[in-house]
Design a protein around this ligand. Sequence first.
Ligand code: SAH
Length: 212
Amino acid sequence: MEDFRHKGQRRRMTEQLRAAFGFDERILEAMNKIPRHLFVDKGMQHLAYSDKPLAIAANQTISRPFTVAMQTHLLDIKKRDKVLEIGTGCGYQTAVLAELGARVYSIERQRALYEHAQRILPALQYQVSLFYGDGYAGKPVLAPFHKIIVTCGSPDIPQQLKTQLAVGGRMVIPVGEDSQTMTVVDRVTENDYQITTHGACNFVPMLEGTMK
Ligand code: SAH
């Protein structure tokens, strides 16, 4: 499952991330700890620590480590933060958030990916709440959230998600269709949101409904 090679590759990955951008040590430590190779298909494990997006089941991709670190950085996670994630995918970003002490609720629309995450995350001792459903609706019964992270490209900022942010809360979301702009939405007061942008990015699209 885990051998010395993976440890070495993981250390190299976090060193490259540190050199590329001044990420918080807590983020690098979390990523240095999580066995990313266990989140990808067997045939891809040797690529798990390269800074590339990788194909996962259901024609989806696992974000490259730099993107995971950047979204996590922008989220500014505090211990015990209640976090909603849209797009569980392979569950790696979910694990990073949990490792940082967040209480994570994550929604995935592809059943196969949801089921995979249901197996791997508890097996690695991460206690997170996973849901199979359409993330466009968020999770109103569990709102408000301190943080919301969207890991697929949304054509716009879904109103439903904005209103599930706590006042003082923050959403990190790639906005755009063919390519996206990493966008941070801060809920400043009940009715005021402040929007800042953080460069171009490329995500698989956020789609409506669910897939069996
Ligand atoms: N953080 C994940 C990213 C996976 S790619 C990882 O690193 O593995 C984005 C995921 O968003 C895909 O699994 C896709 O199925 C999912 N997705 C797209 N639209 C969605 C929606 N409306 N609700 C929930 N998940 C969605």
